[in-house]
Design a protein around this ligand. Structure first.
Ligand SMILES: N[C@@H](CCC(=O)N[C@@H](CS)C(=O)NCC(=O)O)C(=O)O
Length: 229
């Protein structure tokens, strides 16, 4: 059966992976991963600032109305597949290529824990921190929310600092876990401009890890994918 493509974001080459995204941390996880894996793909910008994520066609790709979403015309069992949720997309791409994720059951369990930590803690807490720091400043009359999310962001950065002591990557080797977490740490520094407030400079292991990963050409290319024109 030939795959369905959204009419508003038509596929130029229907044989390629289609990525629906914007250059936000969750979107960057997947564009970074596709770039690291060297997979050919067609990016489509979903401008969430203009509510394109609520377009009826987009909701068929991502029923929760969030970016990113991915359509692979050559999915499992010889059928196309549509996926939402960045950590699931990353795991799918790692399974598809056999790269950037452990092969053993123990190794996979370890990797899945860190992916879940990103999806349930790092992304949501850093996101709320940015929201209350930048976007909701004038909408709240006390600092309770900002204080809470500053504490949580700081605490989570220290979890990363401890994890990275004596290792180059979150797992034993460079993996999709690094690709999931890096865009959120970069957003703290470059989007929320909160490096000083969160004392990131004092986190030597995190700084070492950031430097190693951000110099990679895949990050330089991947972070720009989905930037609205
Ligand atoms: N858990 C989801 C979160 C996705 C998410 O929150 N995406 C944000 C951009 S970083 C979004 O689409 N926001 C649009 C909105 O909230 O309406 C994932 O990792 O894919």
């Amino acid at each position: 059966m030939s795959p369905w493509f959204p009419a508003r974001w038509p596929a130029e080459d229907p044989d390629l992976i289609q990525l629906y995204t914007m250059n936000t941390p969750d979107g960057q996880q997947v564009s970074l991963c596709l770039e690291e894996m060297g997979l050919a793909y067609e990016p489509h910008t979903i401008n969430i600032l203009e509510n394109e994520q609520f377009d009826a066609d987009y909701l068929r790709l991502s029923p929760n109305g969030k970016i990113p979403a991915l359509l692979d015309p050559h999915g499992p069992e010889d059928e196309s597949v549509i996926l939402m949720e960045s950590s699931i997309i990353l795991q799918y791409l790692a399974d598809k290529t056999g790269a950037f994720f452990p092969r053993t059951y123990r190794g996979r369990l370890e990797g899945q824990q860190w992916l879940a930590l990103q999806a349930s803690q790092i992304g949501p807490m850093f996101g709320e921190f940015g929201h209350f720091l930048l976007f909701a400043r004038d909408k709240t009359s006390d600092s309770a929310a900002l204080d809470r999310y500053t504490r949580e962001a700081h605490r989570l950065l220290k979890v990363l600092e401890t994890r990275l002591a004596g290792r180059d990557f979150i797992l034993e080797h460079h993996s999709i876990v690094d690709m999931a977490i890096l865009p959120w740490v970069e957003a703290l520094v470059h989007v929320y401009k909160a490096g000083d407030a969160l004392e990131i400079n004092s986190l030597k292991q995190v700084q070492r890890w950031r430097a190693r990963l951000t110099e990679r050409p895949a990050w330089q290319r991947g972070k720009e994918v989905g930037r609205p024109s």
